[in-house]
Structure formats: structure tokens, C-alpha cells
Design a binder for this molecule. Structure first.
Ligand code: C2E
Ligand code: SIN
Ligand code: SIN
Ligand code: FE
Ligand code: FE
Length: 401
């Protein structure tokens, strides 16, 4: 009895942990982490229902890549059908947990098959598998979690224990609710962005998803370099992805005539566009949550330049109707979150088509960023960016268009 009570308390604690996060990616990351702790699994992945199929959402693999390090595999771009052929599809279509002791010895009379492609490509060996449908308390399926290679105390791969088979599904119910919340938050933000997009053809869903993901990964790399404590790093990473997606919502306040102008802007028109930073900042000025606070930092400061010369500069009260552009901020006067988004936004603008420019080659983009390091951009942020180029490229492929 005592054991059961302790176990339940620990599961509740793990649920608490998951509920601290806002963004779907950090939520999936956290769910996998906690589920792997419960079951001592070496690896795992989560698929989330999207358009009636199972979209790959997140992956952990302790053997192949270090936890908390930049990793392009989490941005893999594929879906599986909800049918009986794959393990994940079967768990989804039957709403049933699958327990497999050896992936390579599934009896031939089963409708599902283990797909060895990933093992072949990576050199990993999958053995024990626990595949769990993620259903909310109303029995609605939101995704599937797959845990791989349970380990005993000596680190040997073993079948998933009866205890794990009980406890992980218990945790999974609550995980499903958190996933729902994460998906809703992301959609809510994309809808806000869409309002701005109606005004600005450049401010599309994929653009802001890329900028959000670039910012999150650059931040993580920066934080690893600074030895930021793990919990703090996750918390900031969670916030910066969503807040970065909102960097340009202030463009809703800019007249169409200017925002939608094809080709180069006149200096006077450019002066009008600069106000999108202040308008954006005002949207989050009440600062009721950490997310508001960071959204405000980013919206207001993402066009400041590291060594000065950016906009809108120091402003006492952005709510005042008589505000003027101030003296440009410099160096650490610019919040870290905004220094990161400044780079993410420009990288994306340069490598994409704009009404006023064609996409640049990677070579030209990287050269420009390198030569602007220490001028337009914080050199430490630029260094973090160049350490994760494969991840940056995976993000670009994950959110095309
Ligand atoms: P955006 O298109 O999202 O561009 C974001 C930032 O990327 C720009 O901030 C700038 O720092 C950088 N960037 C974009 N294109 C280039 C380029 O060809 N060369 C260089 N060196 N940097 C580039 P910025 O300049 O403050 O502009 C803010 C926003 O104002 C832009 O957002 C865009 O919506 C608008 N904008 C800027 N210039 C023009 C223009 O000539 N024509 C039009 N139609 N819009 C412009
Ligand atoms: C940090 O300092 O850990 C990041 C917070 C921020 O973006 O200001
Ligand atoms: C760089 O210029 O450092 C990045 C080159 C690349 O990996 O594509
Ligand atoms: Fe902007
Ligand atoms: Fe932008």
C-alpha cells in the first residue's frame, strides 16, 4: 500500500512538471522525459494526431544523442497513417497498448510489423517496445507514445516490467490533456499571426514557426555554453519559442499601402514601419505572465542592433501617445531573447523570398551574418547559431513555404 501511494505521488509530481509548460514541443519533450523515468526506457517518441494521421512530434534516444543538446531529428517531417500496419498506427486505431519484448521476433500472425528502417539508418538496435495511445479523459485520442528498450539496474535491455505497463498508461492520460493544451496554444498564436498576415504577406505561418524554432534552438545552445541549469533552460526555451512567433504582430498597426508595397520602401515609409515594434510591445504591456513579459521584450527590441543603431531605442513609456523613437539600445541593454530573435528573424528574411528581394544563397547569408557579428548581432548568439547549422537546416525543411 505504502509503495502504491509513493508511486502515485511520484506520478502526480511528474504530471505537475509537465503542466508548467506552454509550448507543444517542450510539453512533448517533458512527457517523454517523465515517461522514460517511470519505465527506465532508453528511447522514445511521440506522434500527435493531425489531419487524421499521426504526425511525428518528438524523439529521445539516450544512446544516439545527448539529452538537452541540439538535435535535428526532433524536426523530422513525416506522418504515419492510423492503420494496423505500424505499431504506432495499431495502438492508435485499436486504442490499445502494445507490449513487445523483442521487435525482431514479432509473431508473423500479427497485423502490425516493426519497421527496421530507423535502426538500419542509425545503427541502433530496438528490442523491447511499449506503445501507448494517448487519450484524454473523454477518451479522445490525441496521439501515441512509444517507449523503447527498457533497462535494468545494470543497463541491460529488458522487457518492460508489469509495473511500467500499469504506470505509464496512467501518466499517459494526463499527458494527453497537456498535449491538447500545447496544440491549442500553438494554434492560438498562429491565429493571432494570421491576423497580422492578412496585412503582411511576409508574416506567414511557416515564417513564424521557423523563427520560433530557430530562436528556441539558438537559446538552448547559448544556455549550454553558459551552463544554465536544466530546469531554467527548459523554462526559457518554452517561452522563447512562443514569444518569438509573435515578434511582428505589431505589424497589424501599419497601413497596407506601406506594408504591402512591392519593392523598396522610401525612407519615410520605412520610418512608419519601425513603429511595428512599439505597437507589438503595447499588446503585451500588461505583463501578466512570463510569456507576456518575453513577448513584449521581443516585439519591442527585435530590431535593436548589438553595437547600436537599431530601433525603437530607449523609450520611457511605450503606452504614451506621444512616444518618439529613442536613443538606440546597445549590448546587454537589449534583452537576450530579443538579441536571439534579431538573428533568427534576419536569417529567415535573408533566406526567404520577400516582395522586395529574392532568397539569398546559404553562402551569402552565412557570410553576411558572420560579418555582422559584433555589429548587428551579439557575437555569442552568432557563435551558438553556427554550432547548430544542421538543426537550423532541419527546421527550415520542417516548415517549408
Ligand atoms: P522582414 O522582411 O521580416 O525583414 C526583417 C529584417 O531582416 C529586416 O529588418 C532587416 O534587418 C533584415 N533584412 C531583410 N531583407 C534584407 C536585405 O535585403 N538585406 C539586409 N542586409 N537585411 C535584410 P528591417 O530592415 O528593420 O525591416 C523590417 C520590416 O520592414 C521587414 O521585415 C519588412 O516587412 C519591411 N521592409 C523593410 N525593407 C523593406 C523594403 O524595401 N520593401 C518593403 N516592401 N518592405 C520592407
Ligand atoms: C536567460 O537569461 O536565461 C534568458 C531570459 C531572457 O531571454 O531574457
Ligand atoms: C557556415 O558557413 O559555417 C555554415 C556552412 C554550412 O554548414 O552549411
Ligand atoms: Fe520586425
Ligand atoms: Fe519577421
Amino acid at each position: 500500500m505504502q509503495l502504491a501511494r509513493d508511486t502515485l505521488a511520484s506520478i502526480l509530481r511528474r504530471i505537475e512538471e509537465v503542466n508548467h509548460f506552454n509550448d507543444i514541443d517542450t510539453i512533448l519533450d517533458k512527457i517523454l522525459y517523465e515517461a522514460r523515468q517511470i519505465s527506465h526506457a532508453d528511447a522514445g517518441s511521440i506522434f500527435v494526431i493531425e489531419d487524421q494521421s499521426l504526425r511525428f512530434g518528438y524523439v529521445h534516444n539516450e544512446t544516439l544523442f545527448k539529452e538537452n543538446e541540439a538535435n535535428e531529428e526532433i524536426y523530422a517531417n513525416f506522418s504515419l497513417p492510423i492503420d494496423d500496419h505500424s505499431l504506432v498506427g495499431y495502438a492508435a486505431s485499436k486504442g490499445q497498448t502494445l507490449v513487445i519484448d523483442d521487435a525482431y521476433r514479432i509473431p508473423a500472425d500479427r497485423p502490425y510489423m516493426f519497421n527496421p528502417d530507423y535502426d538500419k539508418k542509425s545503427g541502433y538496435t530496438t528490442r523491447s517496445i511499449l506503445t501507448i495511445p494517448l487519450k484524454t479523459f473523454h477518451d479522445r485520442l490525441v496521439g501515441v507514445m512509444q517507449l523503447i528498450n527498457a533497462k535494468d539496474e545494470k543497463g541491460r535491455i529488458v522487457p518492460f516490467s508489469p509495473e511500467s505497463r500499469e504506470l505509464v498508461p496512467l501518466f499517459a492520460n494526463t499527458a494527453a490533456v497537456a498535449i491538447d493544451r500545447g496544440v491549442m496554444n500553438r494554434e492560438l498564436i498562429l491565429r493571432m499571426v494570421k491576423m497580422a498576415e492578412l496585412r503582411d504577406v511576409n508574416e506567414t505561418g511557416p515564417h513564424v514557426q521557423r523563427v520560433g524554432a530557430y530562436a528556441a534552438e539558438i537559446y538552448q545552445q547559448w544556455a549550454i555554453g553558459r551552463r544554465v541549469e536544466r530546469q531554467e533552460m527548459k523554462r526559457q526555451k518554452d517561452l522563447i519559442r512562443l514569444a518569438a512567433m509573435l515578434h511582428d504582430v505589431g505589424k497589424v498597426g501599419i497601413p497596407d499601402k506601406i506594408l504591402k508595397k512591392p519593392g523598396k520602401l522610401a525612407a519615410s515609409e520605412y520610418d512608419v514601419i519601425k513603429w511595428h515594434t512599439v505597437y507589438g510591445g503595447r499588446l503585451f504591456a500588461n505583463q501578466t505572465s512570463g510569456l507576456d513579459r518575453m513577448s513584449m521584450e521581443i516585439a519591442l527590441n527585435h530590431h535593436e542592433r548589438w553595437s547600436g543603431g537599431g530601433y525603437p531605442g530607449k523609450i520611457k513609456n511605450i503606452m504614451s501617445p506621444r512616444v518618439k523613437m529613442g536613443i538606440p539600445k546597445r549590448f546587454e541593454e537589449i534583452p537576450l531573447s530579443a538579441r536571439i530573435v534579431a538573428l533568427a528573424d534576419v536569417f529567415d528574411a535573408l533566406s526567404s523570398t520577400r516582395s522586395y528581394k529574392p532568397p539569398w544563397t546559404d553562402e551569402r547569408v552565412f557570410e553576411t551574418i558572420r560579418s555582422d557579428s559584433g555589429r548587428q548581432f551579439d557575437p555569442e548568439v552568432v557563435a551558438a547559431f553556427f554550432q547548430i547549422i544542421p538543426v537550423i537546416k532541419a527546421i527550415r525543411e520542417r516548415f517549408p513555404g
